[in-house]
Design a protein around this ligand. Structure first.
Ligand SMILES: [Zn+2]
Length: 424
């Protein structure tokens, strides 16, 4: 990492400027900056727009290995096939599955993701080697089994202790799979554990109508109220989905400054619903972000594609193209993610971490250049991302990522191995 000089890039606002990066941060953004020293890396940006790297705020990265499994089957058969394969997951599979996910996200302009999956030390190794930023959560999921719940608490403590040695770009967080899969004892423990360590807490929340109804039937209140009872709904709380929310739930999430991640492509595929209450959540003060969910249900990790679906559906079901402005959509997919995880990134400004995607606009989808953001979200596909910089490190240039051939081969090999084991 040294100096990177982005010469003559345009920002999403249309402003043309030079951007100077030193180490992991943006140190200057101006209409014209003095030429850097001979050792600087200069990138001629006359054909590029520079946008902040995207944040994929909810996924299960190594599920890339079950992509396409059970498609066209009923929900039950589909889930069973995936569980059969997942029961054979090991560290090697997690490592290559996470590498494949990282490679795919890099190609789509994603510089950071929030993950809920297994064996996170192996995922951490993969993320670190790929150079991405991430928040990896240790996921609590006991299904009411007290012995399993106890073991998970112990293991979580162990991983948390190791995480103090993790690289700066990778954050340890706590995952609570959902209110209906984690016992009361572990909810209580999770609240205390996260509070003492000031951890971000990732959870699935109010994803389906059934979940909402079942929780109300069991406890007498909603999933949001259930989490809130344990003091978990606060600015560290990152709730995936939030499709089935009452006005009171929205008020609770908003007043506590919680994050709600919309995963529209997964919600559509699983028929969970599509009427995400973007405006109400935003107006109540919630921090709305964008996610893809895992590739079993999305089926890719392309945040730009999620942005497009989110935009179209908000405009459609509200019957109002002002229901979600393009600028707010970009902010939801960048700055809001950074805020949720506490990374000083998601914006192209002096002092911020240098997480930047360079978008190649010498292609049909960007001509004419009347409205860059509209072209980027609605007309283009993610192959327009030419170069990706994360923390001052160039992870992709001319769409080439170091080691990509090996990642494709090893991920394919591991996915086939798991499938063979699952089928006995
Ligand atoms: Zn999920």
């Amino acid at each position: 990492m040294g100096t990177i000089f982005l010469k003559g890039a345009r920002l999403a606002s249309g402003r043309k400027c030079d951007i100077r990066i030193e180490g992991d941060r943006i140190v200057a953004v101006a209409d014209s900056l003095p030429a850097p020293g001979a050792d600087a890396r200069i990138i001629d940006c006359r054909n590029y727009y520079a946008i902040p790297g995207l944040y994929n705020m909810h996924t299960h990265a190594a599920m890339t290995l079950v992509r396409g499994v059970g498609k066209g089957e009923t929900l039950h058969t589909w889930l069973q096939e995936i569980w059969d394969i997942e029961s054979h997951l090991d560290e090697e599979a997690i490592y290559w599955g996470t590498k494949l996910a990282a490679l795919e996200m890099i190609k789509c302009g994603v510089t950071c993701f929030a993950d809920m999956y297994w064996m996170i030390p192996s995922a951490m190794k993969a993320v670190d080697e790929m150079g991405l930023r991430a928040s990896l959560s240790y996921v609590l999921l006991d299904g009411g089994d007290r012995e399993k719940a106890r073991k998970q608490r112990e293991e979580c403590e162990e991983v948390a202790a190791q995480a103090s040695l993790w690289p700066e770009k990778v954050q340890f967080s706590l995952g609570i799979h959902a209110d209906y899969t984690v016992c009361d004892e572990n909810m209580e423990w999770a609240s205390d554990f996260a509070f003492r360590r000031n951890l971000k807490v990732q959870a699935h929340l109010s994803e389906t109508e059934k979940e909402m109804r079942d929780t109300i039937a069991k406890y007498g209140f909603s999933p949001v109220a259930h989490f809130d009872r344990y003091g978990l709904v606060n600015s560290n709380f990152i709730a995936a989905h939030g499709l089935w929310l009452s006005d009171t739930d929205i008020e609770t999430l908003g007043s506590r400054g919680a994050t709600v991640v919309h995963n529209i492509n997964s919600n559509l595929m699983l028929s969970s619903g599509y009427k995400f209450k973007y405006k109400e959540l935003r107006d109540a003060g919630a921090n709305v972000c964008v996610g893809t969910d895992g590739t079993a249900s999305s089926d890719n990790l392309d945040v730009r594609e999620s942005m497009k679906t989110m935009l179209l559906l908000q405009w459609a079901w509200r019957r109002d193209p002002k229901a979600l402005p393009l600028e707010e959509l970009l902010q939801a997919a960048t700055l809001n993610g950074a805020r949720a995880l506490g990374f000083d990134s998601g914006r192209i400004e002096e002092g911020a971490l240098a997480d930047i995607a360079l978008i190649d606009v010498r292609r049909p989808a960007f001509v004419p250049d009347f409205n860059f953001l509209s072209n980027y979200v609605l007309a283009a596909d993610s192959s327009c991302v030419d170069t990706l910089i994360c923390g001052g490190e160039i992870l992709m240039e001319n769409r080439r990522v170091k080691g990509e051939e090996e990642i494709l081969d090893m991920a394919e090999k591991n996915a086939r191995r798991l499938m063979k084991q699952a089928r006995g």
